[in-house]
Design a binder for this molecule. Sequence first.
Ligand SMILES: [Zn+2]
Length: 125
Amino acid sequence: MSKRGHGLGDLGRVFSTQGGELCPHCERPKAGCVCAREAEAQRVAKDGPVRVGRETKGRKGAGVTVVTDLALADADLRALAKELKRRCGSGGTLRDGVIELQGEHRDQVVALLEERGFDVKRVGG
Ligand SMILES: [Zn+2]
């Protein structure tokens, strides 16, 4: 079964190296690719709660805490990811507008985001 969620449908696609330098999405040379900027613009325009969930499938131990639907520009996202990692004392990654933190940190993440005035929705079990 394939699950197609919410604008993330292209994430799993394997890019062909054939034709090398063109972006597979906008078909511009990589140097002139506008996808990241467009993704950022779309993300920032988003309205609705930030979702804080947990993913354990295929992960070791407590899995990862996943923060999605953050309506922030790239620079702000990076700053927030850094702060969350520090607050949780944990490693993490920022990819395609999604912050992942190693381990279960939903309580801290929700608390920090609420302090910052975000509308936060805790998802999953
Ligand atoms: Zn592109």
